[in-house]
Design a binder for this molecule. Sequence first.
Ligand code: CA2
Length: 146
Amino acid sequence: MTKTVHILNGPNLNLLGQRQPEIYGHETLADVETACAAVAAERGLAVKLLQSNWEGQIVDWIHAARQEAAGIIINPGALTHTSVAVLDALNAFEGPVLEVHVSNVHRRESFRQHSYVSLRAEGVIAGFGVEGYALAMRRMATLVGA
Ligand code: CA2
């Protein structure tokens, strides 16, 4: 059966490509989905990309992934730095988790340099722009044995 990777995006990431291109670039989440679907097709995977501005929705999607997904790629947005709830939900997920940040959080404000999600993630990509998602898809394919 085809394995599915869920790509979850947190608050404000619906604005990708519309604001602050000097930090987040010109590409949109729709472009991210296209790039990740291409990698998924190469590796025989399916992909589902979701975005919400609501913490509880992200938690619910992580719970749903326990039944539906072989792995999770997550850009939690600002929840990265604040949300024990997202970390707890990820800890209840059995498959691999990869964390992606479009910007290089390490050369930004100090509050962006701590990530709760990194306590759970197998790997982290930051500062590769939206290309980071497709790179994470390649790594995820390896991790789920595709
Ligand atoms: O670099 C990333 O991907 C972040 O996860 C993005 C979050 C930020 O809070 C994290 O520290 C790092 C913010 C997402 C905001 O996305 C926007 C995109 C375009 C325009 C405005 C906001």
